[in-house]
Design a protein around this ligand. Structure first.
Ligand code: ASP
Length: 434
């Protein structure tokens, strides 16, 4: 019997973890860089390669098939509202977790000084990157969504919102012209869409190897050739990590289960079984953008979300809905304040809720983007941004987990929107195995 895809990926992940640890202990850094990491890069590039055309073609056909713009704005309004509400809930859970665990109170002074010294220069680079974001006007994100040249937008996966905009725009145009004119165009786009969804299946054949290589090279980049550094870091930042991880876990278990139970007929088992390959990929790549093609494929083929809904809700979610990131940013901001001996009152905590929701919307769907936007939250509550030096050492590990939460959040909202719009395939349809 052929092993199910998620088991194949889990095996790749565990072997990658084992290899990564042995490589760090044995000092096989060069070998890992030269002979293992490239397979992870190829896998990641393949996923990124199909992301832009997938969003473009599926969204154009999705919008054009709506045939009425009222429905589009209803789905849009519903999606964005649920995204914002779930993110605010995530931040609140993060704040409760960090205020109860109080991880900042347990960091000894010498460890604090050591962390600050080690990560000082890396921290100032991140703070510099945040500076350019901060100087922009309040409406800049809206301006950024509207490209002046389509080919420029299509040239970078970071411009996913521009692609979403162009696709909706073309879709609207297609609805307005006579059917005999739009039909041939739609046939081509639909065909392209089917091709790309098939390509996701082909790329996923490589997933176990890709995940193995990605995890192994991540361990190499975190630990270098000296794993004891990581062990020391995990020891000193243990409570901080527990605060983030337990928050993420509670949010996944409580918030997403509530959404699925209240608004959809889907069982949690079916949901997690269907979405698990995307979760594992999010964990291995730390990028919701790179995971997007797989999230879309799983939602459509396994969970029964219509293409119309998934092609709109998921690309939007990958770019603006980051519950895990917002929760982590809230915990990190309070942890840094606690470590620096600053007391945050209610106003500061409310400011965190507001700014973390906004900052997570502005966070790019790529590895390590969350910590850059954290600087903006720190400045809003008057905590020195150099404080991110304290948490940089374990950021990649938390990135893997928050990205998994981000992707799970997108998928559960997609199932919810599909269900409330009558666009969820009945559960009795058997789950396809790869
Ligand atoms: N890596 C995250 C994502 O792609 C963003 C972050 O850094 O929090 O979803």
């Amino acid at each position: 019997m052929k092993l199910k895809l998620h088991w194949q990926i889990i095996i790749g992940l565990i072997l990658g973890l084992g290899y990564g640890i042995v490589a760090a202990v044995q000092g096989w850094g060069m070998f890992t860089n030269d002979w293992v990491a490239p397979f992870g890069k190829i896998f990641l590039n393949l996923l990124k390669l199909i992301a832009v055309p997938l969003v473009l073609f599926s969204l154009i056909t999705g919008v054009a098939s709506l045939s009425d713009l009222k429905k589009l704005s209803r789905i849009g309004g519903k999606t964005i509202s649920v995204y914002i509400i779930t993110t605010a809930v995530a931040v609140t859970i993060g704040l409760i977790s960090v205020n109860l665990i109080k991880p900042g109170d347990s960091v000894p002074k010498e460890i604090k000084e050591k962390l600050e010294a080690t990560y000082q220069s890396a921290a100032s680079t991140k703070a510099g990157a945040a500076e350019s974001v901060k100087d922009r006007g309040p409406l800049q994100p809206l301006v950024d969504m509207v490209p002046s040249n389509f080919f420029n937008s299509a040239s970078s996966n970071r411009n996913m919102l521009q692609i979403v905009f162009v696709a909706i725009f073309i879709g609207i145009g297609l609805i307005q012209i006579p059917k005999d004119k739009s039909k041939p165009i739609l046939v081509v786009f639909e065909g392209m869409n089917d091709v790309i969804i098939k390509l996701v299946d082909v790329i996923m054949l490589m997933a176990p190897i890709g995940v193995f290589a990605l995890i192994a090279s991540t361990i190499h980049s975190v630990a270098g050739d000296n794993i004891s550094n990581v062990i020391n870091l995990l020891g000193s930042l243990g409570y901080y990590m527990i605060a983030v991880i337990s928050g993420l876990f509670i949010h996944m278990i409580v918030t997403y289960s509530a959404i699925l139970k209240l608004f959809t007929p889907m069982s949690l088992k079916l949901f997690y079984k269907g979405i698990s390959p995307a979760q594992l990929l999010a964990f291995s790549t730390s990028s919701s953008g790179a995971t997007l093609p797989v999230t879309m494929e799983r939602c459509e083929e396994e969970l029964g979300v219509s293409e119309e809904v998934s092609s709109f809700v998921l690309p939007l979610g990958a770019t603006i809905n980051m519950d895990g990131t917002a929760l982590y940013q809230a915990v990190a901001a309070v942890f840094i304040a606690q470590t620096l001996g600053m007391d945050l009152g209610l106003t500061a905590q409310l400011t965190i809720v507001f700014t973390a929701v906004l900052a997570s919307i502005g966070t790019a769907a790529v590895p390590g983007a969350g910590i850059i936007m954290l600087v903006i939250i720190l400045e809003a509550i008057h905590v020195p941004s150099e404080g991110i030096a304290l948490i940089l050492g374990v950021d990649r590990i938390l990135d893997m987990l928050r990205t998994t939460t981000n992707v799970t959040g997108d998928a559960s909202v997609a199932v919810m929107v599909a269900s409330t719009e009558g666009q969820l395939r009945p559960q009795s349809t058997p789950v396809k195995t790869l």
